[in-house]
Design a protein around this ligand. Structure first.
Ligand code: PLP
Length: 630
């Protein structure tokens, strides 16, 4: 637990139990002792064969905990509620979930359902996101819940947002650019729907970290002071200034400190008060996203992967800044909205994958010593000097001759003078000497059964770090330092930087072949990773299980289980037609091979061929079906 700092980044949801496994408290600190869910048992249930009572799902496996989502929604609302009540704030908190953080249907539906008592709403940044947000809020949302429409807007997007308002959804069209105003005015006249409009302000407050590029005067989005005034003027002229009701801004994700947050919110609150002074019917200040996650558990503002405040301190800083400015200006306290995404969904899922093999430690075959005598004279001179330096304990000279010897041998190999055996013997010799001189053994490479590009895209794309640790054997001291290498044929498909500035991860020796697998978990990755992942090398996403607390034997129930995409699914995503491909290949095989081939493709609903029947005819076992409800 201390080695991986689980209590630092995992509290209150993840901890190491007495069995040395990672366990989950789905209701945070309110989880009853003894009712925590052992993650290894969930994986065993999901991955064991159906014949053995499991679900037979292939790994990697995304384990979702809806109870954690509920706890996050409640904790966020409780934090604002407390900050407002304890300071006598006159407005209320009414947050929205930015669906871009994770558009998974069940995640969005859960948040809207758990947020209903708090009038919790949704934020959309594109037409498909708006459609899903509309249908979800219409089906189960609180009637007052906000539907915030951000992002680039064309006429179609604006018309859709106006339709949402006509349907009775509390929709606000947030102008990100001045030009969008004309589109909104024109569409609202055409459709006969009076819009509620917000404006995204470009603040001068700038957050310096990776996620702050969106903020400051040169930020990509928002209206500057002159553009804000211009919008107000235009709305006034056409008698629509009462439509302007919301001010939005977004300083950037992972805001490092409450000092910076308070600074930005204070600046925005001044703009809010100015808009009220100019006659707009202001009601809501929307402080955007940015509520950060402490990925490394250090609670520090020094890196992009940690933040120096708690949820409660974040809410208190927002409420204090808005209250202070409005009190000074004599403006009524607005509804405070936040678009916290990362902070709501990061904890709710764990990606579990298996390390299925590890590179062997450097090995030298003692029977190859004679090959060294067959080296050319100059190589043998290097070899003698190397050994003499080793005997003297002169590490630097040793390294120098080792380098020279290897380089010379490589050149002679290219000229055809030396064979592969000579190269291997020289490499082995240099490694023995280096270790004898106390050089650290290089980290071993653990091969993991996923694609970094599909499942951990932020690690590859922006160097983000997530806690990655074994989910079992945590009572046992790890004996190996390892790096992780994925299944893709791409040298970027690896994980070599870990939390704590480490270039390797303490890992255990893999179990001997045939025993239980060695599983690792990537934690706090519930935001952004699922939609960002691509299909590099055509590796599809993970299997997914939804796990709730229950009175069952291990205090959990798998309430939904879906196998990851089959080969046919990912091929279809690239416009291939698996059924046609299969028919072409089938011409060249007999029935038994065709059955095996069909199973390689996975589920192909449009196929006339029945692989089960063919495999039974040929006496083979059946493949796994790709979709199951537990
Ligand atoms: N709102 C807007 C406009 C954003 O651009 C983002 C993401 O960067 C968010 C909300 C969500 O931010 P976070 O995940 O930091 O809460």
């Amino acid at each position: 637990s201390t080695l991986y700092n689980v209590d630092g980044w995992g509290a209150p949801y993840f901890f190491v139990n007495d069995d040395g496994d990672i366990a989950v408290r789905p209701h945070g600190a309110a989880t009853l002792p003894g009712q925590e869910i052992d993650l290894a048992k969930v994986v065993a249930k999901a991955a064991s064969p159906r014949a053995g009572g499991g679900l037979g799902l292939p790994l990697p496996l995304l384990v979702r905990f809806p109870d954690v989502l509920r706890h996050r929604v409640e904790a966020l609302n409780a934090a604002f509620d407390y900050a407002m009540r304890s300071t006598g704030y006159g407005g209320r908190y009414q947050g929205v979930y930015p669906v871009k953080c994770n558009q998974d249907r069940h995640v969005v539906e859960d948040i809207v359902e758990f947020g209903e008592p708090f009038r919790f709403g949704l934020e959309a940044g594109s037409k498909p996101e708006l459609l899903l947000a509309m249908s979800c809020l219409a089906a189960r949302g609180n009637p007052d819940a906000l539907l915030i429409c951000n992002g680039y807007k064309d006429d179609d997007y604006v018309s859709l947002a106006l339709m949402a308002r006509a349907m009775g959804l509390n929709t606000v069209i947030v102008l990100e650019q001045e030009e969008e105003l004309d589109i909104v005015v024109e569409a609202s006249r055409r459709l006969g729907v009076r819009p509620v409009v917000g404006m995204r302000a470009k603040l001068r407050t700038k957050h310096a970290g990776h996620f702050g590029a969106t903020s400051g005067e040169k930020g990509k989005f928002g209206l500057n002071a002159a553009q804000i005034l211009s919008v107000v003027f235009k709305l006034k002229v056409i008698g629509m200034l009462d439509c302007l009701q919301l001010l939005h801004f977004h300083i950037g994700s992972q805001i490092p400190t409450t000092a910076l947050l308070g600074d930005g919110v204070g600046e925005a609150a001044q703009i809010y008060c100015e808009l009220a002074r100019l006659g707009a019917a202001m009601r809501v200040i929307d402080v955007g996203g940015g509520l950060g996650i402490d990925y490394d558990g250090t609670h520090s503002a020094q890196t992009d992967i940690s933040v120096a405040y708690s949820l409660e301190e974040y809410a208190a800083a927002v409420v204090a800044a808005v209250g202070r400015v409005c009190d000074c200006k004599g403006v009524a306290h607005p509804i405070i909205c936040s678009e916290s995404g990362r902070a709501l969904v990061s904890h709710h899922s764990v990606l579990v994958f298996e390390a299925f093999s590890a590179s062997a430690p450097g090995r030298i075959d003692p029977a190859t010593g004679y090959l060294l005598d067959e080296l050319t004279d100059d190589c043998r001179a290097d070899y003698r000097n190397l050994m003499a330096a080793a005997v003297r304990g002169d590490f630097e000279t040793c390294a120098l001759y080792a380098d020279q010897l290897k380089r010379r041998c490589a050149e002679q190999f290219k000229e055809g003078i030396l064979g592969l055996e000579h190269l291997a013997a020289v490499d082995g010799l240099c490694e023995i000497v280096a270790r004898g001189m106390g050089a650290a053994e290089p980290p071993r490479t653990y091969h993991i059964n996923l694609s970094v590009f599909t499942s951990l895209p932020d690690i590859w794309a922006i160097g983000q770090m997530f806690p990655i640790i074994p989910i079992q054997r945590l009572g046992e001291r790890p004996a190996v330092d390892g790096v992780l290498s994925d299944l893709t044929c791409d040298s970027d498909g690896k994980v070599e930087r870990f939390i704590g500035g480490r270039h390797s991860l303490p890992l255990h020796e893999l179990p001997v072949h045939g025993t239980r697998g060695y599983y690792l978990g990537m934690f706090l990755g519930g935001a952004y990773q699922e939609a960002l992942g691509g299909l590099h090398n055509l590796f599809g996403g993970p299997s997914v299980v939804r796990v709730s607390q229950s009175d069952g034997p291990h205090f959990f129930a798998v309430t939904r289980a879906v196998a990851g995409p089959s080969c046919a699914d990912v091929l279809r995503a690239m416009q291939h037609e698996p059924e046609v491909m299969f028919e072409v290949l089938k011409q060249r095989t007999d029935g038994a091979t065709a059955a095996a081939l069909a199973r390689s493709f996975g589920a192909m609903p449009y196929l006339s061929f029945d692989p089960e029947a063919a495999s039974m005819a040929s006496g083979e076992g059946s493949g796994m079906s790709s979709d199951s409800e537990g």
